[in-house]
Design a protein around this ligand. Structure first.
Ligand code: UDX
Length: 443
């Protein structure tokens, strides 16, 4: 099938390459000419395991191409909208201007039997008016939210745990597609994924929109919940890792998204939580908004908690202290520093007068571009040299695997703040280190 993907960020670029790997002919469109040039040259504009290979394979197969001109989508039967919906400056709500522009640009090029598929994360209530505009051009809209995680984007796209179709009417309306409904057309696109039994749920536009924002908000609530209990562990002399280990064995609670520490960041969870809180206020559900806002405030407070631990490790204020920061990305296997708790802690320390030197296995480049005022090192030995305390802020496998005896040869300090509770504490203690972690007062 001939497909277009409008918007080639983390979501769109991976989706385009993944659809080409399924055998479709795909054109990715983005208004950012530098991004298009990089994708055409087979260079991934961001770090995402497996993506660079998929991109190269797609380009070599001749099935994947990129353009900055939406007119090049004219022959496509299905158009995926993957543009960003960031937080509006000065507001909690989502900025839908890129989605509007994508629709306006597409309209003149739509075939009469076109299916437009919305994948961007949008506030509930966005799809239905958009569907009405597209219907004037004869096109049909399906809202098909994406649940991919950065760092696992390729696997999540090609082997999703569920596929959701938001439809104008849940009962299939057959017609303009040679007797097929818009959902049938999308089934054809995803035939390989459906053949292996991936659950596919049909629902209204509103339900599909709400699935996505509530999934991300629930994940954020879970992380904030375990961090809230971590604060209690600190006050009560308990150990949050013991508490979490026992909670995970309750099948009703489940194992994932209960890692305590520095909390959540990235391009999705914070903004989706904010946007859902804002929408809940608009929809007259103030208690829902309050629940979501509390999770957000708790998350923001994680940064101050880690600064407090740094002060405790230093035995005094951070101003004037030389501090090594290991980890800038919002999570491992990513070079994304958007809303990264790690980089926000580094910045808070620098603002408080600390001499911060920060490093990361992948994110120094993106961090330097976003926060040019911080000092960066390419390696751990460089970052920790002369440090009075080391802060581990992103739980990269490389940092988990550090040999504490070797680290001790690079620096004189023996103080480490393990903000992600990722270090092998007995090994570090045996090598003479004092470890400080939120929720683990008995260390
Ligand atoms: C998220 C959703 O998981 C994904 O389904 C959606 O499509 C996009 O948003 P992503 O932003 O890639 O994906 O990150 P995720 O893996 O969800 O992690 C979010 C943040 O939560 C990270 O900063 C991570 O460090 C933090 N986190 C996660 C915790 O602090 N504790 C946990 O137990 C899990």
């Amino acid at each position: 099938m001939r497909l277009s993907v409008i918007g080639c960020g983390y979501l769109g670029a991976v989706h385009a390459a993944a659809m080409a790997s399924l055998g479709h002919e795909v054109i990715g469109v983005d208004s950012d000419q530098a991004k298009v040039a990089s994708l055409r040259a087979g260079e991934a504009p961001f770090y995402e395991p497996g993506f660079a290979d998929l991109l190269r394979q797609g380009l070599e197969s001749g099935r994947l191409s990129f353009s900055d001109n939406s007119a090049d989508t004219a022959n496509c039967q299905v158009h995926f909208i993957c543009v960003g919906t960031p937080q509006l400056p000065g507001s909690q709500a989502a900025d839908l201007s890129a989605l509007d522009r994508a629709a306006v640009d597409l309209l003149p090029h739509l075939r009469p039997d076109a299916v437009v598929v919305g994948k961007s994360t949008v506030p509930v209530g966005t799809a239905r008016p958009l569907a009405a505009r597209l219907a004037d051009a004869g096109a049909h809209l399906v809202w098909n939210p994406e649940f991919l995680r950065e760092g696992h984007a390729v696997a999540d796209t090609l082997a999703p745990d569920r596929i959701v179709y938001g439809l104008a009417q849940v009962s299939a309306k057959r017609g303009g597609f040679g007797g097929k409904s818009a959902a049938d057309v999308l089934d054809q696109v995803y035939a390989d994924l459906l053949a292996v039994g991936t659950p596919r749920l049909k629902m209204s536009y509103e339900s599909a929109e709400l699935v996505k924002t509530s999934a991300n908000s629930y994940l954020a609530l879970r992380v904030s919940f375990i961090n809230a209990i971590s604060d209690l562990a600190d006050s009560a002399g308990a150990d949050i890792l013991d508490v979490a280990a026992a909670l995970r064995l309750d099948e009703r609670i489940g194992k994932l998204f209960l890692n305590p520490g520095l909390g959540f960041g990235g391009g999705c969870l914070p903004k989706d939580l904010h946007a859902l809180a804002a929408r809940a206020e608009e929809l007259g559900a103030p208690l829902t908004a309050e629940l979501l806002s509390a999770a957000d405030h708790l998350n923001v407070s994680r940064r101050a908690r880690v600064v407090e631990l740094a002060q405790r490790a230093l035995g005094g204020p951070v101003a004037g202290a030389r501090i090594a920061v290991l980890g800038l990305a919002f999570k491992p296997l990513s070079d994304d520093v958007r809303n990264s708790q790690s980089i926000l802690v580094a910045q808070a320390l620098a603002t408080a007068g600390a001499e911060v030197v920060a490093t990361d296995p992948q994110a120094v480049r993106t961090a330097r571009a976003a926060y040019p005022g911080l000092a960066y090192a390419e390696t751990v030995p460089e970052a920790v040299q002369g440090a009075e305390v080391i802060l581990v802020l992103t739980e990269w496998p490389e940092y988990r695997a550090l040999d504490p005896a070797e680290v001790a040869t690079w620096t004189d300090t023996r103080q480490v703040v393990d903000a992600r509770l990722c270090l092998d504490v007995p090994a570090w203690q045996a090598a003479g280190w004092t470890i400080h972690s939120p929720g683990r007062p008995t260390l």
